[in-house]
Ligand binder design. Structure first.
Ligand code: GTP
Ligand code: MG
Length: 238
């Protein structure tokens, strides 16, 4: 199942938004507007290429092993406002070149898997495909962040074929289990949405760290049951 966080891109709407921003405080160079719209179209293509590859792998696993490794996929393109906001936060010029050179998460896909084994098998099969390249890997499952965040982040470069040729385009893919996703959603809400006094924020952060550890244990135990009933060797790892 693929969940689109937004509708297909509407180039007229993006151009209008950029012109609106330009009229306001955040200047986006006029000459760049058409280039920006073209670029977003390429990112959208890249996002579809990678999600189709993932969907095909999931289908193959279903046929061969009667197991769907992917619970669901979510995909989104970064909004114009988030793109500009991120460039400004990083003190980078607001231009199409700058987006191409510095932002690797304009096209983003989240792959929510049933088990930790699925995270690694799906990501390995995708990374091994001969037409795409792995640009960067951050394994926050083997090395969780201090707050307890776990996920495997991979940035791929995928060719998008247009009438004028192939454009290698980055797509950020976050692979995680259902439990990791459940945790990350609440942690995100705590960090970005809640306007809490410092003491309560700290208390909730600590509780979330405990929850991350508990979820990791539950996940490891359930993974072992799943391996056992599917004939794979059990593992002691947590
Ligand atoms: P930025 O893209 O500038 O943030 O840097 P980066 O690409 O080095 O970041 P990283 O790969 O570590 O994380 C990118 C994305 O992963 C974020 O936009 C979030 O979606 C997710 N993420 C990373 N850390 C956390 C976290 O601690 N909590 C949650 N809920 N999500 C996180
Ligand atoms: Mg990023």
């Amino acid at each position: 199942m693929i969940l689109d966080r937004h509708d297909r891109i509407n180039t007229t709407e993006i151009a209008a938004r950029l012109r609106g921003l330009q009229a306001g405080e955040t200047g986006f160079p006029t000459a760049e507007i058409d280039k920006f719209v073209d670029l977003m179209q390429v990112y959208e293509g890249a996002m579809y290429e990678i999600s189709t590859k993932l969907d095909i792998l999931d289908g193959e696993f279903q046929v061969r092993f009667e197991h769907n490794p992917i619970h669901h996929l979510e995909r989104r393109l970064k909004s114009v406002n988030s793109i500009i906001g991120k460039l400004e936060r990083k003190n980078l010029p607001v231009s199409v070149e700058s987006i191409k050179d510095h932002l690797f998460d304009v096209a983003g896909i989240r792959v929510i898997c049933n088990y930790r084994d699925d995270v690694y098998s799906v990501s390995n099969y995708l990374s091994g495909q001969s037409d795409i390249q792995v640009l960067r890997v951050k394994d926050y499952i083997k090395n969780p962040k201090q707050n307890g965040y776990r996920s495997l982040h991979v940035i791929y470069s995928v060719p998008v074929f247009l009438s004028s040729g192939a454009y290698y385009t980055p797509v950020e893919v976050q692979f995680r289990t259902v439990a990791m996703d459940y945790w990350a959603s609440l942690e995100h809400a705590l960090r970005y949405k809640a306007d809490l006094p410092d003491a309560r924020f700290a208390e909730h952060s600590q509780t979330l760290l405990d929850c991350a550890r508990s979820l990791q244990n539950v996940e490891a135990q359930m993974q072992n049951i799943h391996r056992d009933i599917n004939g794979a060797p059990q593992s002691e790892q947590t």
